[in-house]
Design a protein around this ligand. Sequence first.
Ligand code: ZN
Length: 138
Amino acid sequence: MIIRCPHCDKKNRVLAERFDDAPTCGHCGRPLLEGAPVALDDENFAAVLGASRRPVVVDFWAAWCGPCKMFAPVFEQAAARHPELLFAKVDTDANPGVSAQFAIRSIPTLALFRNGQLAKRASGALAPAQFEHWLRSP
Ligand SMILES: [Zn+2]
């Protein structure tokens, strides 16, 4: 699958069987899937969910959405704190397929997937403590 580096935005090819081996960017050398949210799209979403052994936390957002902008740093800081989770963002305007699949009607919407299956979701820009609580609750 093709993964865009969250640091330098260059495209990297990642094999599904190597997905959990902490792949690094072939261009800038930084971790592709740790420490910062990775952008997913209609093309790679299902493959990433299928390949990740870590639970995947997804922020469904759009560029025009004010609350999404407010929430973005909260999400980034949580990504830096929780290496046991994979943090991902889906631009709902650019990726209508995934957005329709999960019936995203308001943004931001947060969703947590375990073993490729939707485990829970929440709507709205959560405050840092709320988001932390949501991440830790079952
Ligand atoms: Zn890079």
